[in-house]
Write a protein that binds this ligand. Structure first.
Ligand SMILES: [Zn+2]
Length: 215
């Protein structure tokens, strides 16, 4: 993979179109005009993104207090690669073992327990103050996506020039594009290529799916 390029400051507008925190996090690497762009290339960028993500996903106030260190930043960036592989494999109906291992490592800081309240059981992640830790919070979001949602709704944007992932929450389950703008750009490009008699490109993949267990 060629080195990432920092996202131009004037266009630093994180997209929260994934419908899930872990997907939005993976989407901080995107392709723009054929170039791979990292929207959080520095700790400062990651901190800014985290504050916006915390607000968008209504995370606890504790998330806003997290003090980013180089170690956390490095771990979070490594997790991003692994989660992308895991999600892309899940879209293909497979399990990416390396991705699962990283996810489970992140989750192993705490433990999943069952509690009761007013005669009902509920699931709780405890034993670790995860509320302000981006890595664990993102891992819990990925856990929720993979274990509690309908994975046939986990999608890759249909544009051959786009790498964004999202969870389709439409009633009709017919969302195939990250944004209407991306759809319009792809259709214009398709029409242009058709007029030139060329074939549209296959969907972009930042990381080819690795062989894994069939889900
Ligand atoms: Zn798109």
């Amino acid at each position: 993979m060629k080195p990432y390029t920092a996202f131009p400051q004037d266009a630093l507008s994180p997209l929260f179109i994934g419908g899930n925190l872990a997907l939005d996090f993976v989407n901080t690497v995107r392709v723009r005009k054929g170039e791979t762009i990292d929207m959080i290339p520095t700790i400062e960028d990651a901190e800014r993104w985290w504050l916006k993500a915390a607000s968008h996903h209504l995370l606890r106030d504790a998330a806003l207090r997290f003090g980013w260190q180089q170690e956390t930043f490095d771990a979070v960036i490594q997790l991003r690669e692994r989660l992308r592989a895991l999600f892309e494999a899940a879209i293909a109906g497979k399990a990416d073992e390396e991705g699962l291992r990283s996810l489970n490592e992140g989750l192993s800081c705490g433990s999943l327990t069952v509690g009761t309240k007013e005669g009902r059981f509920y699931s709780e992640y405890g034993g670790y103050d995860w509320a302000e830790d981006p890595l664990v919070t993102i891992c819990l979001s990925a856990h929720e996506l993979l274990t509690q949602r309908d994975l046939s709704r986990l999608r890759h944007c249909k544009s051959g020039q786009c790498t964004l992932l999202f969870y389709d929450t439409t009633k009709s389950a017919t969302r195939h594009w990250c944004t209407p703008e991306c759809m319009n750009r792809a259709r214009s490009r398709e029409n242009y290529l058709k007029s030139k008699g060329a074939e549209p490109r296959a969907p972009a993949n930042l990381q080819a799916s690795k062989p894994g267990l069939k889900a």
